[in-house]
Design a protein around this ligand. Structure first.
Ligand SMILES: Cc1cc2nc3c(=O)[nH]c(=O)nc-3n(C[C@H](O)[C@H](O)[C@H](O)COP(=O)(O)OP(=O)(O)OC[C@H]3O[C@@H](n4cnc5c(N)ncnc54)[C@H](O)[C@@H]3O)c2cc1C
Ligand code: SF4
Length: 505
């Protein structure tokens, strides 16, 4: 295995491979591993740097700029604006994600089967590849001792309210509950692609060019034959030397914002007009409860529970205890009031409401080559958020919370259940709702008809032979649960299909 970095590209350089895979996150790593294991010489090209497990630490100011795109300062514009984050490092967003490992609900796969007119996209068709993914990333339940008190409070709350909840399977092996998942797992327990799929691909001869941003596809005679990018200095983020890789096929796995951005450079997806459309994001709103007793949510894994009682209505409740630096940025106050609230950090349960999109947005390439991501929340989803926040905050009060920090710019804190009754009266404008998101999907949707989709069911771009997509962009609809397992399953399938067609050629 060779992993090259910026200092290794002494001059403009060209490489050759059987398959070049752009991006090493959930999709790229899974597709690349499938192809490397089938005997192809795979070269990954990754914009971010390689950070081994031993380098991960809890220091936000060091970890966020190293692991997150634009140090997490990325924003969806619209009614209401939504900050989003993605990983930019070897392993992509799987390095910084929460490790929840879910298949989509059966109703979603039934819909995919209907939309794509293929039983391969349904519950039975995808079952074996889901099993394979779950085994590869070790999707299993936490050991009792590793579970944090905030997760136990959520479970107790669900029981008290008589709500259905699930215990999460997470992609971890011997997780000690250090709860540093969002800044890189320092023990290697979380089976991000950095420690699962990528080592498998490297063991079969794959190489990785890191700190190279792919800027365009290399197209000859109407076929994609490689990529052209620039090496990026990790200190200054300036692009300098040209890097080209020629290959028999290119897999684009840059995530649901960067993948359409790259394909839009070549004006692809013309027939359907769907490239960059169908942007889905599972928006989230925080509901932060402060309890009289110590919760010490930083001890033990936080994301062990999901409350599913209202899932059929598009609502999911979950907890996610984050580092103090990240939390402080999302609090409604400044100065002494912020300090006062942060001093209750040990008493907090940081929970949230996730809404399954009832609409979609778009990703467009601007004149400067940057993405413009747009999304306007619907009235239905605004109502869902208000309902979800009231329900979840009521649960915390039922368990004895002293106060609940709400996700509204004009209504920061509820001290009693009565305060929640004011939500309907005060929250009439969607712009007062504060959201964030970490699940980006759908912008190069797959399908069996070039008039309505961007790629076919093998992942190949309809109007560019030799160019494949294998990442969250493929989703025809939102899935309502955490997406990494589904992305890995679709990408594995695409890698396998590509290997079959490469063999037949
Ligand atoms: C904080 C956080 C928590 C999450 N929690 C969960 C969870 O608990 N469970 C779950 O299932 N999902 C979770 N997710 C979502 C999940 O991690 C992502 O949906 C998934 O990783 C997306 O896979 P992907 O292959 O589409 O993109 P990514 O994993 O983001 O990978 C894309 C890669 O492509 C690289 N890239 C982009 N553009 C270029 C370019 N032009 N040239 C070269 N390289 C490029 C990027 O640097 C990146 O490494 C979370 C995400 C985040 C950010
Ligand atoms: S809780 Fe700690 S040990 Fe477990 S996966 Fe997260 S970072 Fe790794």
């Amino acid at each position: 295995m060779t992993v090259l970095a910026h200092e290794d590209y002494a001059k403009d350089q060209s490489f050759e491979a059987d398959i070049v895979v752009v991006g090493t996150g959930a999709g790229g790593a899974a597709a690349g591993a499938a192809l490397a294991e089938a005997g192809h010489y795979v070269m990954f090209v990754e914009e971010g740097s390689y950070h081994p497990t031993s380098s991960f630490n809890p220091y936000t100011t060091q970890s966020v700029p190293r692991l997150y795109r634009d140090a997490s300062a990325t924003m969806i514009v619209g009614r209401t604006p939504i900050p989003y984050v993605e990983g930019r490092c070897v392993g992509g967003s799987t390095v910084i994600n929460g490790g929840m490992a879910y298949r989509p609900p059966e109703r979603v796969l039934a819909e995919w089967e209907r939309i794509t007119r293929s039983s391969e996209m349904g519950v039975a068709g995808l079952d074996s590849v889901f099993q394979e993914v779950e085994q590869t990333i070790s999707a299993n339940y936490q050991s009792e001792v590793s579970v944090g008190e905030d997760s136990r409070i959520m479970e107790a709350g669900a029981k008290k309210m008589g709500w259905h909840y699930t215990t999460n399977r997470r992609n971890q092996s011997a997780c000690v509950g250090a709860n540093n998942c969002a800044l890189g797992c320092p023990t290697g327990a979380k089976q991000s692609t950095l420690v699962s799929y990528l080592p498998r691909a490297f063991a079969r001869g794959a190489d990785c060019l890191t700190e190279v941003r792919v800027e365009q596809l290399w197209i000859e005679g109407g076929r994609c034959v490689g990529i052209i990018g620039k090496s990026i200095n990790p200190q200054t983020r300036k692009a300098d030397r040209k890097v080209r890789v020629r290959a028999k096929a290119v897999i684009v796995s840059c995530g649901a914002v960067q993948t359409p951005l790259l394909l839009q450079k070549h004006k692809l997806g013309r027939q359907s007009g769907q490239l960059g459309k169908n942007f889905l994001c599972h928006p989230n709103a925080k509901v932060l409860a402060v309890y009289p007793q110590k919760v010490d949510g930083y001890k033990g894994v936080s994301q062990n529970t999901q409350i599913r009682e209202f899932h059929e209505d598009g609502l999911l409740f979950a907890e996610n205890f984050v580092a103090p630096g990240i939390l402080a940025a999302y609090l409604p106050f400044h100065g002494s009031r912020a300090w006062e609230l942060m001093s209750r950090y040990e008493n907090m349960v940081i929970s949230g409401v996730l809404v399954e999109d009832s609409t979609s947005g778009s990703v467009n390439r601007t004149m400067l080559g940057m993405p413009l991501v747009r999304y306007d929340l619907t009235k239905l989803d605004h109502q869902r958020f208000k309902r979800g926040v009231k329900l979840l905050a009521s649960m915390h009060f039922e368990l004895g919370a002293e106060m609940v920090v709400l996700p509204f710019t004009n209504q920061h804190i509820a001290y009693t259940r009565d305060d929640l009754d004011k939500i309907d009266e005060l929250q009439t404008d969607v712009n007062t709702l504060e959201l964030f998101t970490v699940h980006l999907m759908g912008t190069a949707r797959m399908g069996s008809d070039p008039a309505t989709s961007v790629v076919n069911l093998n992942g190949e771009v309809w109007d560019l032979p030799g160019c494949y997509v294998a990442d969250a962009s493929l989703f025809p609809t939102a899935i309502g649960v955490n997406p990494q397992v589904t992305i890995m399953a679709l990408a594995t399938r695409i890698g396998r299909r590509l290997e079959l067609s490469a063999r037949a050629a």
